[in-house]
Design a protein around this ligand. Structure first.
Ligand SMILES: [Zn+2]
Length: 464
């Protein structure tokens, strides 16, 4: 009887494979080598512009060239397109015509951060500070009392663009937002978490030494003088700048066994890098044209010319279809898009917000999210059963470890990705990505096993 049950179970129930427990030495080496390169990518791109520039450089190294209207559309042609240096689309033309559809992987390279306000610099109580406006969904208290670096660009009136990075090089000073001492924090401590720190107090300290001489605001003046000597900029130049504070900490191995990665901006550069590595690793022209999208502005709703809603993507796809509307529509109809974005990994410290039977776990592999959205699937991009079947088959055939998940318990919250903007174009789309602990925190945690299986998943999709 026991044998009978065993057999029936074997045939009918989902297998609980714990593949990460049975890695071969060779698999471990591959996972570690992949993680090392991924961590380098994280360190070299802490803003969407930096991540985009790094992706363009990596693509150029692999023979990708700029796409221009009229560029040859032949199997094996490789094109890299940058939308204003913030969003990147890479295309590897396939053997089949564009009317047969593309395999698209879309992820995003923007991450939560603190953007400088248009009038950022001011002096108060013997110190100079920067005013910021946070970008994306942050828990404000997590950004207090940690070392911050200033990254971005300043476009001067003379037409020159200056790249800024303060707080990364060895010996470079960092910035920091101060917080209240516990001794005086009784009232603050009794406030709800979301209101204890107002957005307006996210003001990193900029300096304290006054400019020599007499008069008002000499600390502010000396900070401006330092910025001027380093970058040749004046206060008015902040008007045409995009400067952001990001954590001044590079990617680290986490855990005694170094099985995890701790870093800023893993949402969603973990998936962006996986799709990049999968695409750049292609040795020959794929069957269907491969398209890798690294989008900006996902964290604030995929808005603007560099977000996934941008018509620039449609224009590019139309150009790749030879500007033939019939081909373009057939291409949309026959394409498949993997919206590759992170999922929330189950955290036992906050077990009450997860639904244990439908959540992603660390070391469970790439997590497929059939639908995103909130309670009642509101605002969800809900992939069809047919699409999921396609994905399952591709993953099974390529030894990809995967799991199924929802974003938390019903009615406790919700979220979205670029999936629905792809689906709105008429492209069959499904969400899958790497599980992340402490999502949107300055130091997010992923498992190297999951990062690698996200890459294997991307490879499998591009090979369809
Ligand atoms: Zn994301």
């Amino acid at each position: 009887m026991d044998e009978k049950i065993k057999e029936i179970k074997e045939n009918l129930l989902k297998k609980k494979e714990r593949k990460f427990e049975k890695l071969t030495a060779e698999e471990s080496i591959q996972i570690d080598a992949y993680a090392k390169e991924y961590m380098r990518y994280l360190d070299e791109g802490k803003t969407e512009r930096e991540a985009a520039a790094r992706a363009m450089a990596m693509a150029a190294d692999h023979g990708y060239v700029e796409f221009k209207e009229g560029s040859p559309l032949l199997p094996g042609s490789k094109y890299a397109v940058s939308f204003g240096g913030k969003m990147v689309v890479l295309v590897h033309m396939g053997e089949l015509p564009m009317s047969e559809g593309c395999n698209i992987i879309a992820s995003h390279i923007d991450s939560p951060r603190l953007d400088l306000k248009p009038n950022p610099l001011y002096e108060e109580s013997n110190a100079a500070y920067f005013k910021t406006h946070y970008y994306g969904g942050i828990r404000k208290y997590q950004w207090m009392t940690i070392p911050l670096a200033l990254h971005g660009v300043v476009c001067r009136k003379d037409g020159e663009t200056v790249e800024v990075a303060i707080g990364e090089a060895e010996g470079d000073p960092v910035f920091c937002i101060t917080d209240l001492l516990p001794h005086l924090g009784r009232e603050q401590g009794s406030k709800p978490l979301n209101t204890a720190h107002a957005g307006e107090i996210l003001t990193p300290i900029a300096g304290t030494i006054p400019y020599a001489g007499e008069g008002e605001d000499r600390v502010k003046l000396s900070v401006m003088a330092l910025l001027n000597s380093r970058y040749g900029i004046t206060e008015e130049d902040f008007a045409s700048a995009e400067l952001s504070f990001v954590p001044a900490v590079n990617a680290k191995n986490v855990g005694l066994d170094a099985s995890l990665i701790g870093a800023y901006g893993q949402d969603d550069r973990v998936c962006a890098y996986a799709s990049l590595a999968a695409l750049l690793g292609q040795s020959a022209a794929p069957k269907h044209t491969s398209v890798v999208v690294l989008a900006d502005k996902e964290e604030i709703g995929s808005e603007g010319v560099s977000g996934m809603k941008s018509a620039k993507f449609d224009h590019l796809l139309a150009s790749l279809c030879g500007n033939d509307m019939g081909v373009f529509h057939a291409c949309l109809d026959n394409s498949l898009c993997l919206s590759c974005d992170v999922s929330a990994a189950f955290d036992p410290s906050f077990a009450e917000v997860y639904e244990r039977r439908n959540t992603a776990y660390i070391n469970g592999g790439i997590s497929i999210c059939k639908y995103t959205g909130g309670g009642g699937k509101s605002g969800a991009s809900d992939a069809s059963a047919e699409t999921l079947a396609k994905l399952r088959k591709a993953f099974a055939e390529n030894d990809v470890t995967w799991q199924l998940c929802e974003l938390g318990k019903i009615d406790v919250g919700g979220g979205g990705t670029v999936a629905k903007y792809m689906a709105e174009r008429g492209i069959e789309t499904i969400d899958a990505g790497t599980p992340v602990l402490s999502m949107h925190a300055p130091f997010e945690v992923t498992s190297k096993f999951d990062c690698y299986h996200t890459y294997l998943g991307c490879k499998a999709i591009l090979a369809l």
